[in-house]
Ligand binder design. Structure first.
Ligand code: FAQ
Length: 327
């Protein structure tokens, strides 16, 4: 009797020790492997938020597809926005390897029960915003996501490799767009500077709350899901972006921004983390509009999902017939 109750516990301890050893050896955890429930839930939370961000993130730039100033800019923007859709799909697939259901994740997003990145709740009033999103937002995404290529969970880490390659291309296209505008008229240069002023602080907020206020960081870093803290990645982004701003000829709107010789890094001001809290809680300038549009796209797409499911069912039926004939 004692033996039968002790065995599953001992087995669980063995599995847990195996998981800990996998993490300690910096090896990958795969979907077939045992994992602690809290690890699984943390991953579903982060991957789902990440997927939602890619999908909602199509909106601010997507608004400019029909208004892009040339055919070349239109086709570049089209391709970029399509890439973001692709990233969302890889990420939902990665979440599915953890037992999550994509339809449920989408429901949670449109009902406001799951988050997406704060950055996509800001407006894009001019075409310079498209360039600045590429430069800052994709730049911040690269800083955050390159370390995720070494995340302990295999499917997430592997999805990040292609995503990062594409984000890199996105960042360059944004920077190239801005370089072109900076070589243009005075009005175009002003437009770029105004977009930089609008996006700088929200971009720094993308990295999340400061380390002292980040409830998930300690555990996620111990599990090697996150490799660096929110503040470390924010600092890397600033250090990477300052020389690019100088080369472009724009000013970053932070009077405290300066090179610190001793640290070998830039000092910079503190983002308004109260604003971040407000935006995360649904009170940003465009939250309502973004979620309403996502909801309506989901509802309008119901017939496509139904048709795809009917096609798949028929296809499965045909395959069954072929197997019968072959047998
Ligand atoms: N916005 O304890 P922490 C892109 C939430 S993709 C909204 O620090 P964690 C591509 C956080 O979820 C951009 N919520 O949390 C693109 C948590 O909430 P919960 C998306 C935020 O997870 C480019 C709470 O605050 N990238 O840009 C934000 O350890 C251009 C406490 O925070 C990713 O998702 C925020 N900024 O660290 C597309 C990357 N910050 O769940 C289109 C993967 C924090 O307790 C155009 N994610 N929160 O309710 C991560 O690296 C992490 O999840 C962090 C947050 C760093 C975002």
């Amino acid at each position: 009797m004692t033996e039968t109750t002790a065995t599953p516990l001992a087995h669980e301890e063995e599995l847990s020790a195996h998981f800990d050893a996998t993490i300690a050896r910096d090896q990958r955890v795969e979907p077939r492997d045992w994992m602690p429930e809290a690890y699984r839930r943390t991953l579903v939370r982060q991957i789902a938020q990440h997927a939602h961000s890619e999908i909602i993130g199509m909106q601010p730039e997507g608004d400019w597809i029909t208004k892009a100033p040339s055919l070349r800019r239109k086709s570049i923007l089209f391709a970029k926005v399509q890439d973001e859709a692709g990233h969302g799909l890889y990420l939902y697939s990665a979440a599915e390897t953890l037992g999550a259901d994509r339809a449920e994740l989408t429901e949670m997003l449109i009902e406001g029960r799951q988050k997406y990145s704060s950055i996509f709740n800001y407006p894009t009033p001019t075409f310079a915003d498209v360039g600045v999103i590429g430069w800052f937002v994709d730049g911040a995404a690269i800083c955050n996501q390159v370390p995720l290529c070494r995340c302990s969970y295999g499917p997430y880490a592997r999805a990040m490799i292609r995503v990062c390659k594409e984000e890199s291309f996105h960042q360059r296209q944004g920077y190239e767009l801005l370089m072109t505008m900076m070589r243009g008229t005075e009005a175009q240069r002003r437009m770029v500077q105004e977009a930089v002023d609008r996006w700088w602080w929200p971009s720094l907020m993308m990295f999340g709350p400061p380390d002292g206020d980040s409830p998930h960081s300690a555990k996620s870093m111990a599990w090697r899901i996150k490799r660096h803290s929110n503040d470390e990645l924010r600092q890397r982004f600033v250090d990477m972006t300052v020389p690019q701003a100088e080369h472009l000829g724009v000013t970053l709107p932070d009077p405290e921004l300066r090179w610190n010789e001793e640290r070998g890094r830039h000092d910079f001001g503190t983002p308004d983390f109260e604003e971040l809290k407000q935006v995360i809680s649904g009170n940003g300038p465009c939250n309502a509009e973004r979620v309403a549009r996502r909801r309506s796209a989901h509802e309008n797409g119901a017939w496509v999902r139904e048709a795809a499911a009917a096609h798949a069912a028929r296809h499965a039926g045909d395959r069954g017939k072929t197997t019968e004939v072959a047998a």
